[in-house]
Design a protein around this ligand. Sequence first.
Ligand code: 4NP
Length: 159
Amino acid sequence: MKKKKILFVCLGNICRSPLAEALFLQALSDAGAEDLFEVDSCGTNGQHDGEEADPRTRNNAASHGISIDHRSRKITPMDLDYFDLVLVMDENNRRTVELLCTTSQQRLKIKKLRAFDPLFPMDDVGDPWFGGEAGFELTYHILQENTALWVQRLLPYPR
Ligand code: 4NP
């Protein structure tokens, strides 16, 4: 069976998207569905290329029993062909990724991570970079809830 390929995107690929990737993988694992998907994350600015996730994100995730195993990388135009679904954290990410698209098929792959958020549908996942610990904790809960919702939506696939 062909795996469905999911890419999470934020600005630096050291706070939001690597955590989203780890939480999505955890939700897949909980559902016994890891084998059906290939998952990765990347950033739009490449400023932290090769770096591990931010220590504040890693510490917060660890406090919830989640470890993050990822090195930051910048999105490439090839990602838009390779991945089936490109889940962006905010409108800036969406605009940047859309500018890389050359076909409508690629554009249709881009969705907001909070598309199914029950309270704040289509809201941005705010950038916790400049805030304190509470921001990292809030980001964790937003990502945990919304990645679980995506797994629920995607589980009937791939066929
Ligand atoms: P992320 O957070 O996009 O969630 O990884 C950021 C990380 C780094 C910077 C901004 C946001 N930065 O300005 O370096």
